[in-house]
Design a protein around this ligand. Structure first.
Ligand code: PLP
Length: 411
């Protein structure tokens, strides 16, 4: 009998492959492919009428996606908007919600942030005529993998120069998860807005934005949400901020009842949809209709519980079979501080990652020294985790198996 079997049989796992890369690109599901087929067909059958007719009129598809995604975030549908890329969503947050006061103009970002977030923040500051050298505050990491949560709280409470902070819910390299509710309490006390990058948590962590006091968040659709390559991102804006005018305005942010009046005066939607910009990427969004339904049917609480079982199993197997000299787990041991993946520091990580792929295990590699193992509760089993560690242990014990491997395997 399979140990910790997958929670869904809807996914199309490449035959013979142990796919542990769901935090980079989630797998296709029958539901997602069916939704894509359905929406493509509606283009063929209905042409322009597809905007308002058919099973999923394209004009209201975004609102349907909001309704499917919101419960996974512990939010209401009118607070969640699907569309554009993650980086564009961060730009929208910065353009809309950053407000400087004399002596309080800095944006805080952590030293381990995903590079695109850093690029967005720096380009935003430059666009406002502010030198990032003076207006960017970088929260350093002592070990290069994790962030000290106590120190973040302390910084938010004491550093009065910070106007806005960009922080990860789950760090993309180490998989450390931050306590969003605790950090929000500190931010709230000192009047700092936090924009949470939830690319590595949405779909695998049982978020409770409303109850945690989260006010701004954004994330990807193609990782744990399994929306497929190029799936749109999402933006969460808590209801109390809905009165803010969008910094990046466009006609799809209009009140839907008035959008086609084509007036030059912008009448924004009353809810989060005012932060939409241009025509939605209908075909790219279509698979999410299917994948979000599957995730909802399984239930995000079950997914989180199983995810912790799988990552605990990975930790256990690594500890049991691999000499700590050869592989060090940098993901925190405490389940409350763990997202959906385990990051292992190994020598020659790039070649090890290629070696795993040659053995039909798909991890991913983050330079310079990390292998990330990301089991999805939806399509991975405990047996997958055990087998993957067996192969990893063998490769680390026999580095000669890796010679020439990096050249032989294409990424
Ligand atoms: C943590 C994190 N933030 C932001 C991004 C950027 O996403 P996008 O390419 O959709 O802008 C990624 C992409 O992988 C990511 O992992």
């Amino acid at each position: 009998m399979t140990h910790l079997p997958p929670l869904s049989d809807d996914f199309l796992v490449p035959p013979g492959v142990i796919y542990l890369d769901g935090n980079s690109l989630g797998l296709a599901s029958r539901g997602a492919i069916a939704a894509l087929d359905r929406i493509s067909r509606s283009w063929a059958d209905l042409a322009i009428q597809g905007w308002t007719e058919g099973s999923d009129p394209w004009f209201t598809m975004g609102r349907k996606l909001s309704g499917l995604l919101a419960p996974l975030l512990g939010a209401d549908a009118d607070e969640v908007l699907v569309g554009d890329s993650t980086t564009v969503r961060l730009h929208q947050i910065l353009q809309s919600f950053y407000s400087a006061e004399p002596g309080r103009s800095k944006i805080l970002i952590d030293a381990l942030a995903f590079p695109s977030d850093r690029y967005a923040v720096e380009s935003f500051l430059r666009g406002r005529g502010l030198d990032p050298g003076d207006h960017l505050a970088v929260f350093e990491s002592a070990d290069g993998y994790t962030l000290d949560e106590n120190a973040i709280v302390d910084r938010l409470e004491t550093d009065r120069s910070i106007a806005l902070a960009v922080l990860p819910s789950v760090l993309y390299r180490s998989g450390q998860m931050l306590d969003m509710a605790r950090i929000e309490r500190a931010a709230m006390r000192s009047g700092v807005l936090v924009a949470w990058d939830c690319a590595h948590s949405a779909g695998v962590v049982d978020h409770a934005f409303r109850d945690s006091g989260v006010r701004l968040a954004f994330g990807c659709g193609y990782k744990w949400l399994n929306g497929g390559p190029g799936a749109p991102a999402w933006l969460y804006v808590a209801r109390d901020l809905h009165g803010t005018m969008p910094g990046l305005a466009g006609w799809f942010g209009s009140d839907p009842a008035r959008q086609f009046e084509m007036k030059h005066q912008f009448d924004p939607a009353a809810d989060v949809h005012r932060f939409a910009i241009g025509t939605p990427h209908v075909l790219s969004a279509a698979p999410l209709l299917g994948s979000l339904e599957t995730i909802q049917a399984v239930g995000i609480d079950r997914i989180r519980r199983r995810s912790l079982e799988l990552t605990s199993l990975l930790r256990h197997e690594i500890g049991r079979w691999i000499d700590p000299e050869l592989a060090e787990i940098v993901t925190p041991e405490d389940p409350e501080q763990r997202g959906g993946h385990i990051a292992v520091r190994v020598r020659n990580a790039r070649a090890v990652s290629f070696g795993l792929r040659r053995n039909r295990v798909v991890p991913d590699f983050r330079p310079p020294d990390l292998i990330r193992l990301a089991p999805s509760p939806l399509y991975n089993s405990g047996d997958d985790c055990i087998r993957a560690v067996e192969i990893l242990a063998r490769l680390l014990r026999n580095p000669e198996e890796l010679s020439g491997v990096a050249d032989a395997v294409v990424t």
